[in-house]
Design a protein around this ligand. Structure first.
Ligand SMILES: [Zn+2]
Length: 569
């Protein structure tokens, strides 16, 4: 006896019961199904599901995928209120899942002074001057993402360069890699940084020949400024996050893994979720120094709903290649005596061990930034110790960037089931100058995506936005071509490390989903999974890889809800 008020569901239930009783393959008679909310038809679907790699159409019911197949089969789900989208032969993929972003920083960078593509120190100063001319007196000028390697000579900017044009505003401008800032004299004064200030552990105050700070601050020294920087209001946070949400939707990014989750921002995400306005799925990793907060609550990894989750911690093992603070076994090739430094999170290692033990006891996921070969090895040692103490289990601990690998560590990476969370765009950006900094041999194991796959290491793709653009098409282009931005290596910088477009898409969808314990819910287009899709202007699977970067996003759906339509812009 069926007591359901919807007769169609009773019919469905009866049909399923009949099929089950008969032991036949599950099939439901046409007309018996509840109708889909959305059908996308006449598409070229790459599903990332090896059991059914290609399809023409997909149906969505109640935010999830209910059918994938030919137009004819999927249209059986059509009802009077079903919205049908004609894809006109365009390529449909699972929504991109960016495994490593700084989401609010990305939103903030969109409205901040734009310094990344300044081609000279003169232009850098001019852009700051133009921006400062319109900034309210006393307001901080931040972000910027400058990159002195695009100038010649590639000298670091100083407070003297910017003081004259920022007289009314405390100014602290980020280097694009996030491992160095340059501040004006006003900020040095506010932060109390003088010639007498000692370098903090894991940080460096850059000084001139006379020992006076130049305004450039590396790694842990940046925190001296963070302490005196005003905290944004929740209205400011919301504006910034709304910028970021729009940017994500316009690039087909339906999930992000936020590596600097701030509790003030978490409150804004939560509010947006309640209002039905959180148009990206977000998994956040607060910094490991706050591990007690999550450990005390006993949440474990990936806690929350499918739109908003926490349960990871972010740790830093070292700095960056660009700032010469990545930690290597051997010195930088162009700076004898400097092999980089371990970040303060690793000092002392005994404290790091305690934190990792606590993370494991609390079932939290650990995501550790490690760039230099010695930093990566140190992190693998620590992860290995935990596995030895606590026994093997499905931890999915990650190394973020995993940039410059020691040859012997690929094997260990695979054996420990550590996830390589990598950002291919960096390969075509840093590839311009990395070899001069670390030499040919080490460069051959840099951004070594092919080697990771060949060793059976699971990859998750991302961008590190705003350190690189959020656009996944640029990342797919980078991973498949390795053609550096300066045009110097059009056939690929260390071309043997290229991956196929199918591998790149898999790493950006199912790989990233696995890296956040969500592979059962997203990462491929198959029945039961969340209906997150992106429709593209070109078929990235068949065009030459060099053309992938010219591809545009036509439409984006999150949970069957359309969050972007290029024709409306
Ligand atoms: Zn990052």
């Amino acid at each position: 006896m069926c007591s359901n008020s919807r007769p169609a569901l009773c019919v469905l239930a009866a049909a399923i019961a009949a099929v089950a009783a008969a032991g036949a393959a599950p099939a439901v008679a046409p007309g018996a199904q509840p109708a889909a909310d959305l059908i996308i038809r006449d598409a070229r679907i790459w599903t990332v599901n090896p059991a059914q790699p290609q399809a023409e159409a997909v149906a969505v019911l109640n935010r999830r995928i209910t059918a994938v197949g030919t137009d004819a089969a999927v249209l059986l789900w059509r009802g009077p209120n079903t919205r049908v989208v004609e894809a006109r032969g365009s390529r449909l993929l699972p929504g991109f899942n960016d495994a490593h972003v700084h989401f609010a920083d990305g939103g903030a960078a969109m409205t901040a002074v734009q310094l990344n593509d300044a081609t000279s120190l003169k232009e850098f100063v001019k852009r700051i001057a133009d921006y400062a001319a319109h900034a309210p007196k006393g307001e901080w000028i931040r972000s910027g993402n400058w990159d002195e390697t695009k100038w010649s000579p590639a000298t670091l900017p100083t407070r003297q360069d910017i003081d004259a044009v920022t007289a009314n505003n405390p100014t602290a401008l980020d280097r694009y890699d996030g491992h160095m800032i340059v501040v004006n004299s006003k900020v040095l004064e506010l932060a109390g940084i003088t010639a007498k200030t000692l370098d903090p552990p894991g940080g460096l105050i850059v000084r001139d020949a006379a020992g006076i700070p130049t305004g450039a601050l590396k790694d842990a020294a940046i925190e001296l400024v963070d302490r005196v920087t005003p905290v944004p209001t929740s209205a400011q946070r919301r504006r910034i996050i709304e910028n970021a949400l729009h940017e994500a939707a316009s690039h087909g990014v339906t999930s992000v893994q936020d590596m600097t989750l701030d509790y003030g921002d978490l409150a804004v995400y939560s509010q947006l979720l309640k209002e039905g306005k959180l148009s990206v799925r977000l998994y956040g990793a607060p910094p490991i120094e706050k591990i007690q907060d999550q450990a005390k609550l006993g949440l474990g990894h990936a806690f929350g709903g499918d739109a908003l989750r926490i349960g990871a911690v972010k740790m830093f093992a070292d700095g960056s290649l660009g700032s010469r603070t990545a930690y290597f076994f051997e010195p930088f090739s162009d700076e004898p005596g400097n092999r980089g430094l371990l970040f303060k999170d690793m000092l002392p290692l005994s404290r790091t061990r305690e934190r990792l033990k606590l993370a494991d006891a609390s079932d939290l996921q650990v995501c550790t930034h490690a760039i230099g070969d010695a930093a990566i090895s140190t992190v693998l040692d620590l992860y290995q110790e935990i596995e030895k103490q606590d026994g093997p289990r499905d931890r999915r601990w990650r190394i973020e960037h995993a940039q410059h690998m020691a040859a012997r560590d690929f094997e260990r990476f695979a054996q420990l089931h550590v996830i390589a969370s990598v950002q291919p765009y960096q390969a075509i950006d840093d590839g311009r100058w990395a070899e001069a900094r670390i030499g040919h041999d080490r460069a051959s194991r840099t951004y070594a995506f092919r080697s990771f796959i060949d060793h059976g290491v699971r990859l998750a793709f991302g961008t590190d936005w705003p350190i690189a653009p959020l656009d996944p098409l640029l990342t797919l282009y980078a991973a498949t071509t390795r053609a550096t931005l300066d045009g110097k290596y059009s056939q690929g910088w260390f071309p043997e490390q290229k991956v196929s477009i199918q591998e790149a898409i898999a790493a950006y969808t199912l790989g990233s989903a696995y890296a956040e314990f969500q592979e059962h819910d997203k990462g491929s287009i198959e029945p039961g999974k969340l209906a997150d899709f992106v429709l593209l202007s070109q078929d990235v699977l068949t065009i030459p890889p060099a053309a992938i970067r010219d591809t545009r996003v036509l439409m984006t759906w999150v949970g069957g809800e359309q969050v972007y339509d290029s024709s409306a812009h």
